[in-house]
Design a protein. Sequence first.
Length: 214
Amino acid sequence: MKLIIGNKNYSSWSLRAWLAARESGLAFGEIDIPLFIPGSRERILSHSPSGKVPCLNDHGLAVWDSLAIGEYLAEKAPALLPAEAAARAVARAVTAEMHSGFQALRSRMPMNIRKDYRGHGRSAEVDADIARIVAIWNDCRARFGDGGPYLFGRFSLADAAFAPVCFRFQTYGVQPDGTAATYLATMLANPHMQDWEAAARAETESIPAEDLYG
């Protein structure tokens, strides 16, 4: 399998698919395509029918969109979703909510691992998004977190979905309390997350439209 991804510093969607693939234990290679430079769209289109990253190529089968990639990987590595039916349903629900929602946070706090933007990006709408995310984390940990430090105990697609939020909280200085704070620390200490962060910090490409606050 090959996973086509964008800049590690900026591409939150790529992170979700890459982290799920890493946690699955399945063997895969990666093709990194820097975004928004001459020729990048043509390179992406040579792999991805949507012209967007991420895209997973499994021996000629293209699967695009991070949510679809996660579900595809979970069919090959079922441990990426909780075994119990109710927990599995909630994991899918919060993953889908993250996939489609939180527009204020996305627009005012884009993922930008290399920057220190503490104090920037806050608004009433962003604060509402943050409150909802923290509520999800607290609820999942309380109801389903036995057996491990992640939202559903063991690492799942839900954790991959919220991984970019964890980097955003680090960049913008968002500091939840209690259970959510412990979960955030767990995610940032995840070895695969640390590998991604180190690679992001080593990148030299810059996307000015994503460097919102200087």
